[in-house]
Design a binder for this molecule. Structure first.
Ligand code: ADP
Length: 267
């Protein structure tokens, strides 16, 4: 709490009282700290690949490596570090657009089942490469929502990609689509490494990662879930995670559905 005071006098110039101003600055300070932390994180995340790129290019430019294969290996490292920076900048730009409400939503009536099926086709190969089983269960067809198809696809893809990334070989990932009241409920459950209780409430924060090294190694930026939350919030939906260390993770998204009008009433 910040305190300010000012004495005030009456007509005879004698002290009549004191105005005391107590200001709660905790929220302001919290925001300021978050901002500083964010800038520090961005700088660090950009500096790491730049340092690697610089040292590998210097070594190649030195001209002392004769082994062509080694040069090729170095170039591959540079190439993947550039990809990492590209992903990071793409995610940061997207967050900034969402923050400043500059993103032009392209909301339309779309079938959520179609979006999920599209994502599953794209991710089947990554799961297959880890000998994982992707199981899809749905209890009803043609669930319509008012949504930005690309963005909802991005969220579902991000959640399933996380399930694949943070689950060992031969794991199982179950994607379920239900309709509960006025909401479509999409859940993605894995039997992977899980998230310790102490980290669970923080995974939606920008750059928060349970294991930084592991996330980086798997190509993560640590921004996926915070972007997902912003997108789902903008669709009046919810996103929740239930997880335990070593016992897998379940991410559940709800989105309001549009009730189908009986065709015969439409003229
Ligand atoms: P990242 O790019 O690091 O995957 P996200 O924002 O998507 O970033 O997720 C934040 C963190 O939450 C991850 O680094 C990981 O520690 C944890 N996480 C997310 N999904 C899962 C999951 N299915 N299983 C275990 N941990 C997860």
């Amino acid at each position: 709490v910040r305190a300010n005071y000012a004495p005030f006098t009456n007509e005879t110039n004698t002290l009549a009282g004191i105005i005391l101003l107590l200001q709660d600055v905790t929220e302001h300070e919290k925001l300021e700290n978050m901002r500083k932390e964010f800038v520090a994180n961005v700088s660090h995340e950009l500096k790491t690949p730049l340092t690697t790129i610089k040292s590998y290019t210097e070594t190649i430019l030195d001209g002392t490596i004769e082994d062509k294969q080694l040069t090729q290996q170095f170039l591959n490292v540079i190439d993947s570090e550039v990809d990492r920076m590209t992903r990071l900048v793409r995610d940061l730009l997207q967050l900034s657009n969402l923050d400043f409400q500059q993103y032009k939503w392209n909301k339309k009536q779309v079938y959520i089942d179609d979006i999920i099926e599209k994502v599953l086709i794209k991710l089947e190969l990554s799961a297959h490469n880890k000998q994982q089983i992707l199981k899809y269960v749905k209890d009803c067809e043609n669930i319509k929502i008012n949504g930005d198809e690309d963005k909802i696809e991005q969220v579902i893809s991000n959640i399933i990609t996380n399930a694949i990334k943070y689950t060992n070989e031969e794991g199982q990932i179950t994607i379920e689509l239900l309709k509960e009241g006025d909401y479509a409920v999409i859940s993605v459950e894995d039997n992977g490494i899980g998230i310790p209780a102490k980290d669970l409430s923080r995974v939606f924060e920008r750059f928060y990662r349970v294991d930084k090294a592991r996330s980086r190694e798997l190509g993560g930026t640590g921004l996926g879930l915070s972007i997902a939350k912003q997108i789902i919030d903008s669709h009046e939906g919810t996103i929740k995670i239930v997880s335990g260390e070593g016992s897998g993770t379940k991410v559940t998204i709800t989105l309001p559905v549009i009730e189908e009008m009986a065709e015969s009433f439409v003229v």
